[in-house]
Design a protein around this ligand. Structure first.
Ligand code: CA
Length: 156
């Protein structure tokens, strides 16, 4: 009786091991062939599907561009539905500027139809940073945009 139980356990372990191995093979088979060109959108947005998404990411309502004072969608969140020439018009006491100007460290485009351009300067000037519709950027510093955004517009 004990031998049979041990055999069953061994078989179970063996099947589990085989299952994992097969799963690994499937994953390998699904990976792109080497030399395949990366989709530029994927290359630009490496963290659009992070392993662990902080809760703040989901606070952004549909139809809005959202930005956070801190990286990883943390700190106070701001939300914008239209074009805005002056982020300095939106007060934020948790920013050193006292407004959203030059303050955002992470952002998410939860728009329904359009991409978003975020700009270095007020009035849509300076360096533009594109945030695709549906994209989240957990650390704007990776694009050299930390604490720099001063205006935004939607691009459809
Ligand atoms: Ca700026």
């Amino acid at each position: 009786m004990q031998r049979r139980v041990r055999f069953k356990q061994s078989l179970s372990v063996l099947l589990t091991t085989l299952g994992l191995s097969l799963g690994g093979m499937v994953l390998v088979a699904a990976a792109p062939a080497s030399g395949e060109t990366l989709d530029p959108m994927v290359a630009i947005a490496p963290d659009s599907t992070p392993d662990v998404t902080p809760a703040g990411y989901y606070d952004c309502p549909a139809g809005y561009l959202c930005a956070w004072v801190d990286t990883d969608y943390r700190g106070r969140m701001g939300q914008w539905s239209g074009n805005n020439r002056h982020w300095s018009a939106f007060s934020n006491s948790t920013c050193q500027t006292g407004s959203w100007n030059d303050c955002a460290s992470s952002a998410r485009n939860n728009g329904r139809y359009c991409d978003v351009l975020m700009y270095e300067h007020a009035g849509y000037g300076g360096t533009p940073w594109l945030l695709w519709r549906g994209e989240g950027q957990s650390n704007l510093g990776r694009r050299g945009a930390n604490d720099k955004i001063s205006s935004n517009s939607w691009s459809c």
